[in-house]
Design a protein around this ligand. Structure first.
Ligand SMILES: [Fe+2]
Length: 202
């Protein structure tokens, strides 16, 4: 199996998020998940499947942590990727937010509240089930996730994402995250997945 590689950061620092904060998060935490998923997959290839057991088995624990680390990688890559912009939406993402939340401010109010309530993540996702956009809360990488969705905007609210720069001031960090959002990434996901067409069909 091909080894996963760490995806480099597109920027050194952001307005309101220091290089130290971002490097600790990216180079240590996120890169750690990449290393661990490679290790888990190598161990899974050699694990004894005949010992599989729901209370404890090496195979079961490896499968469990495979979901944790794989989602940890995907969510972190989306999070780092969707920062580095000017925080001003346009195009399809702007239209979907306006239609499904009423206004940009209403979406911001909702993602901020969800970000304060969450223990891990908030994902503005296009739900393929009904063709609408929601802010979904995910307490940890592999708990609370909803299937059949395309993530458009990903917000990390684990303390490690902001504690160096903001200590316990999570709301201020979310404000800074929104100011640095690169909405072109969401628009690319909408185009790549043909979501405008799917939205009008549902
Ligand atoms: Fe994180």
């Amino acid at each position: 199996m091909q080894e996963l590689q760490v995806k480099p950061l597109k920027y050194e620092a952001l307005n309101g998020l220091s290089s130290t904060q971002l490097k600790e998060h990216h180079d240590v935490l996120y890169a750690g998940y990449v290393k661990k998923l490679n290790e888990i997959r190598a161990k899974l290839a050699a694990a004894d499947k005949s010992e599989a057991n729901a209370s404890y088995s090496l195979y079961g624990e490896l499968k469990r942590e495979e979901t944790f680390t794989a989602n940890g990688i995907r969510l972190h890559e989306a999070y780092f990727d969707n920062m580095g912009g000017d925080g001003i939406p346009d195009g399809a993402i702007q239209a979907m937010i306006n239609e499904d939340f009423g206004s940009l401010d209403a979406w911001k109010e909702d993602i901020t509240a969800a970000g304060i309530a969450a223990r891990g993540w908030v994902i503005t996702a296009f739900d393929l089930t009904d063709g609408h956009v929601y802010n979904y809360l995910c307490d940890t990488h592999n708990l609370g996730c909803i299937w059949n969705c395309v993530p458009l905007i990903v917000l990390d609210v684990y303390e490690h994402a902001y504690f160096i720069d903001y200590a316990t001031a999570r709301k201020k960090y979310i404000e800074v995250f929104l100011q640095n959002l690169d909405f072109t990434i969401a628009n690319e996901a909408i185009a790549r997945n043909n979501l405008i067409r799917l939205r009008t069909r549902v």
